[in-house]
Design a protein around this ligand. Sequence first.
Ligand SMILES: [Zn+2]
Length: 280
Amino acid sequence: MQSDAIIKVIRVPIPTPTLWPHTTTNSYIIGNENESLLVDAGYDQESTRQKLNQAIQENNLATPKKILITHSHPDHAPGVRQLVDWSPIVYCHELEKEAIANAISPVTNLVTIGHHDTLNIAGAQLQVIHGPGHTEGQLNLYIPLLKTLIAGDNIVAEGTTWIGPPEGNMQDYMNTLHTLNKLKMSQIGPGHGDWVHNPYEHIEFVIKRRIHREKQILAFLTDHEQLSSADLTKMIYEDSIHPSIFGVAQRTTEAHLIKLIEEKKVAKQDSQYAKINKDF
Ligand SMILES: [Zn+2]
């Protein structure tokens, strides 16, 4: 029975050598000594396995036989390769199935799962949430018993998560943030960084940051007849970003522009963007 279930959720930061500015990616183990679920398997390297086994022992948890992968990125999915001898069932969203199948091969026991599906782990019901934005098939997991959301890369502890085309979609992301904000939460387990203990404030901060960015872009396009996404990125960040990540920042700007084009507030011709002036 749900009310009798006693489960823990343990955050396990997994070293991620290639990822800037994050140096670790979070895995989570949810359950107890009888049964547990792993959410995200980190990077494909030996230390992933060591960190997970250490957390399992220290917290007296059963070795996970089920793994839920939030999305296909190299710091979240391929660590499954280190866990072949767990013989796990791996869950993911249909839209990421192909990418994840490639990322976790030779593990082939891949099952698709979607919005409102539930997983029963150690007597507790866990709710699957499809939260597209960072990627199309991003899954989140909500644990009602602990009022805890495991948010994948929809939420990062420091700053805001990266949204950029072709995988990312800003409109989807904003919708997802509003969906997540309606959950009863006492904490969020982010994709990177420490537990977030002020979930509503944090989500509000991310929403405000995105709205601010969008207003900035519209203001620049009001002052200039037309601008490229590189022009806009230079104006937004001034000189505050390192040249090595300029391309990444530019794609974030483009994600905003795509949303504004869909809303018919901005038009694109060749590589130039212009504001559409409305009379109402
Ligand atoms: Zn990611």
